[in-house]
Design a protein around this ligand. Structure first.
Ligand SMILES: NC(=O)c1ccc[n+]([C@@H]2O[C@H](COP(=O)([O-])OP(=O)(O)OC[C@H]3O[C@@H](n4cnc5c(N)ncnc54)[C@H](OP(=O)(O)O)[C@@H]3O)[C@@H](O)[C@H]2O)c1
Length: 255
């Protein structure tokens, strides 16, 4: 098999929430495969720092700062790219937040905030990307789900519902956009070592639960998503549509 199947040279990738964590690892992996990177986060400081480090390691990266819940800012970011003739070939809908509270104590505003950041953003940004990919006849959309795309867990109801929605949004995108040469797929990471999980990683009981419950007996490293992301961003996956690939050390396969 030729490695050119996985070559992303000449492709531009927008990765939401790529100033830190999984998005950053995915971005760096796509960059090493040859893609030009558009790095996103909520703050100019955070995005600029990530971009500077990526550039210093030889990657072609620039920042696109917007909050994924700000539809006007998203549309204007895409319009600004249009004005510079920059086409997004690969979109990774990665930005996300967690919020833990039992449902009986959960305010509607907190429910809505988690749904907005983790699910509605993927629709809005996906729509803006697809409007531009459709006339070009190709595009790759990678939505970041979770084990909660398939299974629930106590105290994270809005996150579970958002990530379950990500799985079906990926299928809805496929239903409407596969005919236009756009492949939409999702990645479902297991428990990964990022800032989002800091409190869990530092909790000995939770750490022991993750290691005991995961067949691989360890947390995942952000860079372990790169192979799947490059596959889904490249021509190697041109007939793969609407799938969610769990990268979880086997956790979802066992009781
Ligand atoms: N870590 C895990 O174990 C795990 C497992 C399954 C799925 N996931 C999913 O993977 C994705 C990334 O998680 P992570 O662990 O890497 O999280 P993280 O370490 O907390 O990083 C989150 C990233 O998203 C950005 N972000 C957050 N809210 C945003 C918003 N409203 N607009 C734009 N950017 C925003 C952050 O930028 P700022 O620096 O500007 O805040 C940061 O770059 C999420 O969708 C998460 O649900 C994570």
């Amino acid at each position: 098999m030729s490695t050119t199947l996985f070559d992303l040279s000449g492709r531009t990738a927008l990765i939401t929430g790529s100033s830190r964590g999984l998005g950053r690892a995915i971005a760096e992996g796509l960059g090493r495969a040859g893609a030009r990177l558009l790095i996103n986060g909520t703050t100019t400081v955070g995005v600029n720092a990530a971009v500077a480090e990526m550039q210093s390691s030889g990657l072609n990266a620039e920042g696109v700062v917007f909050n994924v819940t700000d539809e006007a800012a998203i549309v204007s970011a895409f319009n600004a790219l249009d004005a510079r003739d920059i086409a997004v070939d690969i979109l990774v809908n990665n930005a996300g937040i967690q919020f833990r509270k039992p449902m009986v104590d959960l305010d509607t505003a907190d429910w809505q905030r988690v749904i907005d950041v983790n699910l509605t953003s993927a629709f809005v940004i996906g729509r803006e990307a697809a409007r531009r990919m459709i006339p070009r006849g190709h595009g790759k959309i990678i939505n970041i789900g979770s084990l909660t795309s398939a299974l629930a867990r106590a105290t994270v109801a809005p996150y579970t519902v958002a990530k379950g929605g990500i799985k079906l949004l990926t299928q809805a995108m496929t239903a409407e956009w596969a005919i236009h040469g756009i492949q939409a797929n999702a990645i479902g990471p297991g428990y990964m070592l990022t800032d989002m999980n800091e409190a869990l990683i530092n909790n000995p009981d939770f750490d022991a639960w993750v290691k005991g419950r995961t067949p691989a007996k360890r947390w995942g490293k952000p860079e372990e998503l790169v192979g799947t992301a490059v596959f889904l961003a490249s021509s190697a996956s041109n007939y793969v549509s609407g799938q969610i690939i769990y990268v979880d050390g086997g956790m979802i396969s066992v009781l």
